[in-house]
Design a protein around this ligand. Structure first.
Ligand SMILES: [Zn+2]
Length: 218
């Protein structure tokens, strides 16, 4: 049985590794992400190293081993399927599903998650647009770009929303700017100015900061 703390660490390392695929993760980044002290991170990383979940050296940082990545993907599968269930079946708003899923993911069985998966029709993406790993750890990802970097012209589908800022997520949901919406950049003011977009049959103006949190498939 893998403890809740171990699960959270593996999930965090996976996420951080993903943000910067060329680098290994520093213990400082992990401490920041999990909001714990540097000393407790070092202690836990040494434990994970002994368990064969990560490779760690004090000057190179942390990297998941194949075994560690497998466990991380399993937890992420649970997390994202629960998020989808909360949104689709229970009507939770987008900004609330992450925290709720973080609590639930440690307390449900494999069978429970399999049934949720069946009920939802085996979804491949969660409501933020994050890919849901398959049972054998396969993850599909789109090539994407932030909307703020798209030049006016073509039409794109929203692939994913950044989920770091909850208030922003609530705003995007209110504006109906969610995954799979087809969107067109009509005009872009210079020097990171506002961006005029068109979707669902009308035009709206959004800030550059907002656009940088929306990703589109390219
Ligand atoms: Zn998500």
């Amino acid at each position: 049985m893998i403890s809740q703390a171990v699960q959270d660490y593996l999930k965090s390392i996976y996420k951080l590794q993903h943000l910067n695929p060329d680098d290994s993760v520093s213990t400082t980044d992990i401490a920041k992400d999990l909001d714990v002290s540097g000393a407790s991170v070092t202690g836990m990383i040494k434990r994970l190293d002994t368990m064969g979940m990560v490779d760690y050296s004090s000057y190179k940082g942390v990297k998941l081993t194949e075994k560690g990545e497998k466990v991380a993907l399993e937890i992420i599968r649970f997390h994202r399927l629960i998020e989808t269930y909360l949104k689709e079946m229970l009507g939770f708003p987008l900004d609330k599903i992450h925290d709720e899923a973080c609590r639930l993911e440690h307390h449900i069985s494999e069978e429970f998650i399999d049934r949720i998966n069946q009920l939802l029709g085996e979804p491949r993406f969660d409501p933020h647009g994050h890919p849901i790993p398959s049972k054998d750890g396969v993850i599909t990802e789109y090539e994407e770009k932030p909307l703020s970097e798209i030049e006016p012209g073509g039409e794109y589908y929203i692939s994913r929303l950044s989920d770091t800022d909850k208030k922003l997520l609530a705003y995007l949901e209110l504006m109906n700017l969610t995954p799979n919406i087809r969107i067109k950049v009509v005009d872009k003011a210079p020097f990171k100015g506002p961006i005029t977009i068109s979707y669902n049959g009308s035009e709206k103006i959004i800030g550059n900061e907002v656009a940088s949190n929306i990703f589109v498939k390219i």
